[in-house]
Design a protein around this ligand. Structure first.
Ligand code: ADP
Ligand code: ZN
Length: 674
């Protein structure tokens, strides 16, 4: 039998032999091996995308079928195990999901088994009865009519003209310009035509308010999907996507792997947000997979942002994406006044300059609200001995320890090691530990002293840890119960706070002088987004930025001319050095207890590269140089062709796999941090 025919014409073989011969079945598991395993089965019900139970080593495992190949005429030559049990008669992976998983596995260089298992729910990993009760899609009989303003209407009309085509539409609009209402109206149209809809937001805490907006105007009540659901709840949403024709899901990045059958619209709100990138294990970007799925379903994809990512701006420029603008704020409130405070003149005490404190007094006396933003949680950055100037370091990884006052502990933000303050190793005879640097807790402390009669809330990942904390925070914010919010990144994302008249950015300098090539882009987005929290509903807001570098030229551009002008200048700079979005890059990160060994392996990879169209930087220390006594080194590999880059990464992978196991490595395609 012809080899090619054997592989590609299963039906032909069946017709010729017309006997029940065992098929060769390729199965993948949730293990870090980029390979499938062969089994045989005589069961003709077997289908790609179904789960099976098989023996694997000494145990039994659940795997997913990725291929079925008709057997050779002499099946006895196979010494393969049989499949013990077919769990799904109907494949749990739709064809489209299967295609998406294959693409993601090959693009992100991540084992196909692990990609597939991240696209199904925790309950699918076990052989047990699925929950019998189904999610009922609920209807809302008292929904309101949504009337768009002229600006919104124009965009709406243009997008629905091509509602059955794949097209990426960027809606650029400042916070409060009414992007959400536009999404709602588009969703309404799409759902009327029996489509499924996916709305993604970057943070779980944005889901409740987004849900409320959709509920108000739509007949169908959206489902939510995020990491805080129980395994059963996740399973039910997953199943509903698989079975229901009309469905809206509002979710965080993991919702991009839900098994939709007929998506009619994908919205990715705050598309620039780095939370769409998963940084652990399977390092995918949900925005980019969203665009792929839009292509698979031939449906429009909407990217919304006041501060589009440079990738998106570039795609607009080369006409890959279409741009729409919402120029005005819906409630016609003015954009805030931004003022710079020179911290080298007005020296901050516990992170706060006099100018900022005085402005706070004025606003709080008028019963307005204030947000203070800073990038660091905890009490202080690090702890120094005032006597001998030794900085307390993590005994495991050497990073400076962060002081957390509420639990009286020193915690390593790198490896999570923690110790009580008293346990600190004696550095000198007159040890005098003093906090250095400013974190949210330290500012909170000071603010409570300065404004004892005002209610203060700290919004960071130490203080907001559960769904209940989050609901509590949102409720208090909406009921105007909080006068002063002190927060990290968590507070930046699109919350619709009322009566915020002042935003203080405590220290922007780390962002201005970041070593990361995206540092300025992120800082500009941050300034613009935090400022957007101010003066939303009724009046002009104020933003005060504390910096030691008031003359920083990029900072000036951002403030004077705004994000857009800044992005043109910064994009030119990227172009000159051929970094994304002008090229594609990947990081190869190696960890081992032997620093020199890591470096020599990376140097070897570097030498392997003979192609002029590939550029390589490094080996260099990773952003996290050491973790749990393992040294991390990395190579940045780039090319103007993503295909060529991918081919090179594959070669490197083969080489790395051939090394002994003392070395661990991972690959990050399109890294957001380098
Ligand atoms: P964005 O999502 O761009 O930040 P929002 O959608 O939050 O902006 O809109 C700002 C405010 O304007 C919200 O309070 C919203 O409810 C209101 N709004 C926007 N468009 C409409 C509309 N067509 N009808 C009624 N209210 C609207
Ligand atoms: Zn540590």
């Amino acid at each position: 039998m012809d080899k090619v025919l054997f592989h590609y014409s299963k039906t032909y073989i069946k017709a010729v032999y017309n006997v029940s011969m065992p098929d060769l079945v390729k199965v993948v598991f949730d293990i870090p091996i980029n390979d499938s395993f062969d089994y045989i089965s005589e069961d003709k019900k077997i289908k790609i995308g179904s789960r099976v139970k098989v023996s694997f080593g000494n145990t039994t495992r659940i795997g997913v079928i990725v291929d079925v190949i008709a057997a050779e005429s002499k099946p006895k030559t196979y010494k393969l195990k049989k499949i013990d049990e077919i769990i799904d008669e109907v494949p749990i992976l739709t064809k489209e999901m299967f295609k998406t998983c294959r693409w993601a596995s090959s693009y992100y260089h991540h084992p196909i088994g692990q990609v597939i298992f991240s696209a199904i729910t925790p309950l699918h990993r076990k052989r047990r009865k699925e929950p019998t009760s189904k999610l009922k899609i609920q209807h809302n009989e008292s929904f309101e009519e949504l009337i768009l303003n002229a600006e919104q209407k124009k965009i709406y009309k243009s997008i629905i003209e091509d509602k059955k085509k794949f097209k990426v539409n960027v809606i650029r609009g400042v916070t409060g310009s009414g992007k959400t209402e536009l999404y709602v109206k588009l969703a309404k149209k799409s759902i009327e035509e029996n489509s499924q809809i996916l709305i993604m937001v970057p943070e779980i805490n944005l889901i409740p308010q987004t849900l409320e907006r959709f509920k108000k105007y739509l007949k169908i009540i959206p489902l939510q999907y995020h990491s805080n659901l129980t395994a059963v709840q996740k399973h039910k949403v997953w199943k509903a996507c698989y079975e229901e024709d009309q469905i809206i899901v509002i979710g965080t990045r993991s919702s991009i792997f839900l098994p939709f059958r007929e998506l009619g619209l994908i919205v990715i709100d705050e598309e620039h947000d780095s939370s769409y990138k998963q940084t652990e294990m399977f390092k995918y970007n949900a925005r980019d997979i969203g665009i792929l799925r839009g292509h698979n379903f031939k449906c429009p994809v909407i990217l919304g942002s006041a501060t589009p990512s440079f990738e998106t701006i570039r795609n607009i420029k080369i006409n890959k994406y279409r741009e729409y603008r919402l120029e005005k704020r819906y409630h016609k409130s003015k954009l805030p006044m931004i003022t710079i405070i020179d911290s080298s003149i007005d020296r901050p005490n516990e992170g706060l300059t006099n100018t900022l404190i005085n402005s706070m007094k004025i606003e709080l006396e008028r019963n307005r609200r204030v947000i203070l933003f800073l990038g660091r949680r905890g009490f202080s950055n690090s702890v120094i001995c005032a006597n001998c100037k030794t900085i307390v370091k993590c005994p495991r990884c050497g990073t400076n320890m962060t002081y957390h006052k509420n639990v009286e502990k020193l915690i390593c933000h790198n490896c999570d090691y923690n110790q009580n303050v008293e346990q600190t190793v004696k550095c000198c005879d007159n040890q005098a530990l003093t906090p250095l640097g400013i974190g949210t807790q330290r500012v909170e402390n000071k603010i409570k002293q300065l404004f004892p009669n005002k209610s203060v809330m700290r919004v960071d990942s130490d203080n907001i840890t559960s769904k209940k904390d989050l609901e509590d925070f949102i409720e208090k914010a909406n009921n105007n119960e909080i006068d002063i919010f002190i927060g990290t990144q968590m507070i930046v994302k699109g919350h619709d706070f009322k009566d915020i008249s002042l935003v203080g950015i405590l220290n922007i300098d780390a962002g201005l002088y970041s070593t990361d090539f995206r540092g300025l882009e992120k800082t500009a987005q941050l300034i613009t987004q935090v400022s957007g929290r101010s003066g939303r509903q009724s009046e002009h807001g104020n933003v005060l930025i504390q910096t030691h570098n008031p003359d920083h030229s990029i900072l000036k551009t951002i403030l004077k001319d705004g994000y857009e002008k800044f992005s043109h200048i910064a994009l030119e700079q990227r172009k000159n050095v051929n970094l994304p979005p002008y090229s594609h890059i990947a990081l190869i990160v190696l960890s081992s207890s032997n620093m020199n060994f890591s470096k020599s392996v990376l140097n070897k990879l570097r030498e392997m590269n003979r192609n002029k169209s590939i550029f390589i930087y490094g080996p260099a220390q990773s952003k996290v140089p050491k973790r749990n006594n393992q040294y991390n080194y990395q190579l940045l590999v780039g090319s103007n062709s993503s295909k060529l880059l991918s081919e090179h990464i594959s070669k490197f992978e083969i080489y790395l796999s051939s090394l002994n196991k003392k070395i661990r490595w991972h690959i990050d395609i399109d890294p957001l941090e380098s």
